[in-house]
Design a protein around this ligand. Structure first.
Ligand SMILES: [Zn+2]
Length: 71
């Protein structure tokens, strides 16, 4: 069973990915680019991919990610 994004109304599947530059594991919605830092996928603890990457000085691109798999 896959985990679905709470913002995408049953559409967005959440992927476990690794940021290549930091080797950090994050959780990313394939539809709306919401990001979670833990497997606890909720509405009140999400950030978004663009903010998360730009805060660290990286481009918000899926090509910056590795080990993409469905959660
Ligand atoms: Zn989503």
């Amino acid at each position: 069973m896959s985990v679905l994004c709470p913002f995408c109304e049953g559409q967005g599947e959440v992927y476990r990915v690794v940021v290549k530059q930091t080797s950090e594991t994050i959780y990313l919605c394939g539809e709306c680019d919401s990001v979670w830092l833990t497997e606890n996928i909720g509405e009140d603890n999400a950030t978004n991919f663009e903010d998360y990457m730009s805060e660290q000085g990286f481009e918000p691109l899926w090509s910056e990610l590795d080990y993409i798999e469905k959660l």
